[in-house]
Every structure is written in structure tokens, then in C-alpha cells.
Design a binder for this molecule. Sequence first.
Ligand SMILES: Cc1ncc(C[n+]2csc(CCOP(=O)(O)OP(=O)(O)O)c2C)c(N)n1
Ligand SMILES: [Mg+2]
Length: 606
Amino acid sequence: MATRAQPRPRATKSLSKADLLDMYRLMLLSRRLDDKEIQLKGQNKIFFQISGAGHEAVLVAAGKVLRPAYDWFYPYYRDRALCLALGMTPTEMLLSAVGAAEDPNSGGRQMPSHWGQKALNIVSQSSPTGTQLLQAVGCAEARIKYERIDGIAEKPIHDDELVYVSAGDGTTSEGEFWEALNSASNLRLPILFLIEDNGYAISVPVEVQTAGGSVSKLVRNFPALLVEEVDGCDPVASYDVLLRASEYVRQGKGPALVHARVHRPYSHSLSDDERLYRPPKEREEEARTDCLAVFPRRLVSEGFASEAEIEAVKRQVEEDVTVAADMALASPQPEPETALLYVYSPDVDPTSEQFDTEDDPQFAGDPTTMVDLLNACMKDEMARDPRILVFGEDVADVSRHQYLEQVKGKGGVFTVTRGLQRRFGSDRVYNSPLAEANIVGRAIGLATRGLKPVVEIQFFDYIWPAYHQLRNELATLRWRSSNAFSSPVVVRVTYGGYLKGGSTITSCETSSRRYGGARATRSRAPSWSGSPTAGISRVAPFITRRPAPSCLPPFRGSAWCVRAPRSTLTASSERRSAATTPCCSSSTSTSIARRTTRRRIRGRIS
Ligand SMILES: Cc1ncc(C[n+]2csc(CCOP(=O)(O)OP(=O)(O)O)c2C)c(N)n1
Ligand SMILES: [Mg+2]
């Protein structure tokens, strides 16, 4: 654990009276918006409610410390007060609650409190707890990549930007939390983790989740990670700690984790009744120390505000919430025919002539293997677009790149990526930890920032830890954000083939259904020849490199899974003849890949 640098002035000295009163206003606004939603739910005008109650103080402090549209944000569902402090309006929040077409979070597509707003750099959040953490790591990594990779014309980064990501105490039990901390610490990434510990994950108390009951105690040995604990019900103490943590991160010293103890005065959500598992005494104690009760009293007693000023804030907040609710309730719902918009990019059609690049290919040379074709394809594309990154398990030639001149290089367990690191450098071709969710989650974060990850999952059998990231995150990002965000990622994975055991248990058919069924994920498994696979591999990053008017990655959909049967990844004809898994070759995209292959690849092999 890193130690604190210089002692800094207490936050009370740098927060003006106006700042403090504004913090109170934002805290109250957040609480009253929750109360309004609860009222609307009671009237059946909205369908679900999950509140940020009890978390407001630390979140308003975070909003005061961090910079909207400069830093990047992966807030979880309790972060209403943060989003308000960053600039999301009460009306925009209630548009989300009523599921209105104008909702800037998702166009009315997601549940309320799934925050996302492009203009503020709040990346659209989905429902699984914990997936946001690895994406935030990838997002933070993007700044480092842009700084180090030459030849990228536009680098959409700021010098000392950071990435904020938050989660609850229960979510720290997810493996992805630990994978995220491991990579953030190892790579010294500019990321601020805020753990909002309200003592419960629905009904499960923290001592069941966390060995010893304190996550910050457990993480203190991560190198370069600054760890702080704070009373998250005290906005001033929270501001002080978050300011210190954010400066540590901005100075490039490494990531920081702030463990804030907060309250949960309402039940987990309106679908939960905490009286079933929390005794009255515990709930009364929380109510007594509620930040919305304590902070205004403190402002008055310490001379920062008069009673009249507090009352004026309350009146203003009531009025703002009423106006916002009226506007949201009057706002139309999305038209039914818009439901399928943005499953794929509206701007790019990979079946179009745009992707036919050679009208009259001249074929020459000897047939070669799928491995060589994939390798050649990636070399071409990486030379063409410096934003393409290749990473995964064992894909580098040699992680200790000082050995590059002494060894031939590994380049993948099937040598598909051999020589890429040597040619394009260790910032563009590198090994990941042995953690599949880590690979895909980080890829999503990198791609959200405009980089073009082409990642390898080493064996299909072991793709499942990444399933959340593939199915619930990557495949839904464009749709669920109503086209505000997308994440053009190519996932290449090997399956089937000549070995008995694990790798043949997962059949091609099963895998195709799993990923083919995930909307927006184009899943292809050409098994009978190398050229279609190389063609698809080329089409995918080829598509990703075309700029869209929105400057978003214009990938049609979000992801391509290119699965290459293991046996066809070998040069041996004996092994090649063992490739027996026929599958999904009849779709439009596969035939396009074939046509593209003919035009762009076969010229090399026959
Ligand atoms: C991966 C996953 N598992 C389960 C759930 C259902 N779920 C939603 S919130 C929640 C509890 C989260 O607790 P915590 O992280 O402490 O956050 P809190 O709600 O207490 O702020 C659960 C189990 C989910 N959304 N995602
Ligand atoms: Mg909790």
C-alpha cells in the first residue's frame, strides 16, 4: 500500500460557504428525487425504484472533486447524487424513471438508475454487479495506450484525467473486483475505486461477504494502491479523502481505493422489505445519524448557513423536483417500432459494397494454413490502424521484452499472434493475466475510448468467466445506451479439433447458439478452411477502423467472435483432416466474409 504524501489542508478550508450549501442542496435533491420516484411507483406511474438514500454525502463530495466530461465515470445504481453533482438534471433522471424516449441515460430502455450520459463521460451501466470494474480498468488503460502509441491521429485524452468506478460492499465478493484491483495495481492505472459500504447486499450482511468484515483491510497489500477509509455520511470528511485520493491518482502514482461507510435507510429497492431481516433498533440508529439530518444542523451550528438559508434550499429543491416530475410524466414513451434500433450500428453495413476492396484479385502463391492467414491478416490490419491492440493469454512473443532478441517468441499457444509484438511493440501486443473476464472487460473499456482491441480467448472451454462481459455488457452496450456508446471488439477463440477431453466437450453447435443468440454479437465458426476465418478476422477490425460521424467506433453491433477450430490452426494435413465440426456457414455475414476473403485473402494463398 502506498502511504500518504504531504499532509493537506482540511477540506473545510478549501470549501467555501457556497460550496457547502450547494453540497447540501445536491444531497437533498438526490433524496427528494428518490422520494418522488417512490411516490410515483406507489401510483403505478413508474415500474421500479432503487434509491441512493444514505449514500448522498460521499457521492456529492465525489462530484465536487471530479471533473465531468474530463474524467470518466462508471457509477453504480446508488450514485444518483454523484450524477446530479456532475450535471445530470432532475428531469433527465425522472425521464429515466418513467422510461421516456427522451431519457438521456438509455432512451427509456433500461431500468431506472442505470446511469449513462455521453456528454458527461458517464458510461452506460448495465445490471450485473461488478462488471463495471474491469471496464473501468480498460478505460483507464486507454489513456496510457494513447500516450504511448505513435501514429494515432486523434488522442481523446486529458493529461491528468482519471476513471471513477464505484461498487457496493457485496459486490467486492465478485471475482471481477479482485481482477480489476490486480490489473489496476499492476499497471499503476489512473483509477479511483469508491466502495460504498452500507453493510448489506440486499439481505446479506457484510461479515458474510468479506473475510474480517472490512474490504479495505484486505486490499492494503496491493502495490501502488492508495487505500483510504472514510465516514461516507460526512460530506466534508469525504471531500477531504476523495480530494487526496484523486490527486494521488492524477499525479500518476497509481490507483486509489476509498472505502466509505454509508447507510441504507430505505430497503434495498422497492421490491425488498428490510424489516424482514433488520431489527428496528439497527434501523433507528441509522435514521438518527442520517446525513440529511446531521449535515444541515452542522452547517447552522458551525456558522456556514442560517436556518433561513436551509429552509430556502428545501423550498427550492421541492420546486425543482415537482417541475421535473411534471415534465417527465408528460414526456412520451418510445414508439414500439424503435425497439430494435441500435442493435447494430445505423452507420455501417458490413454487407455493403463499402467493404469490397478488390475488384479483380490476382491469385498467386502456395496454399497455406489458417494460422498463417490469421497472422498475416492481423499484421496487415495492425499496420493500417495503430489503434488495434492484441492481448490475451500467451499472445505476446515474450512478456519480458528484453529477451526479444534472445528468443524466437511464443506468439500464442497456436502461434497465431507470433511476431506481432516484435513488429508492433509491447504496448500493442501483450499478455494479460490468466483471467478471461479481465480480457474481455478491459477490451470493452479500451474500445469505449476509441481503441480497437482484438483479443484472444485461448480455448473455447474457458470462455465462460467472460460470459457476463460478452453477453450482458459487450453485446448490449450500443442498444442499451440508445446508440450513445459502442464497443468495437474482436474476440478470437479456439475450439474443437483433435484433442480428446475438455476442448471437445464444448461443441461448435452449443457455442454458436450461445453467442449467436447474444444480440449484436456476430459469431462465426468456419471450420473447413482457413480463408473464411481470416476473412472474418479481417472484416471485423476493418469495420472498426472506419470513423463515424459521431466519432464513436462505428462497428455494426458490438462484437465479433471469431472461433477457429483448433485442428485447422495447424499446418499438419493429418490434423486438418480431423476438423469435423461443421457449423454456421450459411448466414449473410459468413458469405460476405467469404466474398471478402475471395477478394482480399485468396490472392495470397492460391
Ligand atoms: C452479478 C449479479 N448478481 C446478483 C445481482 C442481484 N443484485 C442486485 S444488487 C445486489 C446486492 C448488491 O449489494 P452491494 O454490492 O452491497 O450494493 P448495495 O445494493 O448494498 O449498495 C444483488 C445481489 C446482480 N445484479 N448482479
Ligand atoms: Mg451494500
